[in-house]
Write a protein that binds this ligand. Sequence first.
Ligand code: NAP
Length: 543
Amino acid sequence: MTETHDAIVIGAGFSGLAILHHLREIGLDTVVLDAQDGVGGTWLANRYPGVRTDSEYSYYSFSFSKEVREEWTWTQRYPAGAEVLAYLNFVADRLDLRRDIRLETRVESAVYDEAANTWTVYVDGGAPLVAKYLISGMGVLSQAIYPDIPGIDSFAGEKHHTAHWPRDGVDLAGKRVGLIGLGASGIQLVPEIGPQVGEFVVFQRTPNFIVESTNDAVTAEDMAWLRDNYDAIYEKAANHPFGVAMEPAQFSALEVSDERRREIFEGKWNEGGFHFANECFNDLATNHAASELASEFIRAKIREIVRDPATADLLSPKTYSFNGKRVPTGHGYYEAFNLDHVRLVDTATTPITAITPTGVRVGDTEYELDVLIFATGFDAMTGTLTNIDIVGREGITLRDRWERDGLRSHLGIGVHGFPNFFMSLGPQTPYSNLVVPIQLGAQWLQRALRWARENDVDVFEASLESEDWWAEETARTGKATVMYTEGKKAKAWFLGENVPGKPEAFLVYMGGGQVYQHYCRELEESGYASMLAERRVPEALSS
Ligand code: NAP
């Protein structure tokens, strides 16, 4: 007998847990499927040494559950991955979510049945499941990618990707270790494993602007303050363009004296992490000259911290400016290059030519290694959705739809041709601390599906016009930022530039999380007008 539910959610990370809780609250029979053997999503998969949040504990958590707020205690300002994983397990237990979560259940495809207005979800090694609503909570940076380097499979030593780090860890003590990839993942790994390994060869193609931070302990007073102010903190984060509980800066980097600018940069550098990016000036993301001033400040910091001038110079990005890549928070990244056995190899001037059974060849020089680590990133935002067959009306997959028509969604929530399919953090949702749009998105979905039931609406489906509008709005706002010009130079994942052959498009909405929420509210207040199906097949697809 076919197992039927009201809703099937794919993914048991932050998104899946929030959605399950909110759909249960309105009485929808919901099941969550996840390929991994535990809840936690990205925090279960990414268990590499040094993994931790780049957002601070106070706004990197849900605010919707009084029990969770009152009973969970954070210990670090930037919680380690293991702590976030423990938090998500706590949420799953405290909200009694596990009874509706099916682990080690890999979804292979999901097919819409037009006559029945249902989705059939096919899983690896089990019977198909059927539901009216299909919801993706598969995460935005989950489809890990390896570089296209000749000989990659020939390496005879241990080879690991940060996104598939072995559960029992990797013994790196005293070994010759190589690392390819210096985005937010690689830069967290460097200071953590640097002191343990025998020799450390860090292959750098493009340097990053790392904003260093300290990781203080969260005290009992801090937690009491958080519990007293949770709603205000959450509201602040929800009203901030990037979903952080910070005051957006009010003036331009170009309108103050050099001395005052230095003081402000210095102050926010000392506060650490995203404070620097968000609280110094209001135009570091929108004005190239301002972003270049921030770049120069960080380059000077690198020269101060790193003792060897040649290494400091190599670590300083020169081909693009601040915000051209997603800015990572560092914890002793630059200091790690002061260790004698840590060696930075520039692969921009002389590229990696091959991976051999014994190591990595750069030009004609071979670096012999016992362990090779890839922190080479993800097929971001769309990768997880196009990696499985999500088959909508007329038998068209989401992959084909986007290949033929370009990236299309309505607010990153729905796609024309895919009725009653919803995405948490779909492509074209905000570039943000993601817990905020996840929670607000789950609450939006709860209200939408309750409204559908109350109004006898059977089908939600984004209109073609709404997709065109959102594609234009995403491109327009994105192109007004330095993330466009600088991101192209830096081959940023948010433009799809990090995946060979992926069409360039803003994969995230750069117009601000608070603006995005305004549009979501407008859609709701309109009675979901642009999501009530006009049942026609896009011309591009019917031909
Ligand atoms: P990433 O930012 O895409 O960085 C990938 C790195 O791999 C880059 O340094 C890239 O070099 C390098 N690379 C890729 N292919 C290469 C090749 N063929 N040869 C040499 N180098 C190559 O990936 P990530 O570090 O995993 O981070 C992705 C995103 O995940 C982050 O931006 C962030 O949003 C999220 N994340 C968040 C946290 C956190 O919040 N704590 C932690 C980790 C990740 P090039 O720059 O030269 O292309």
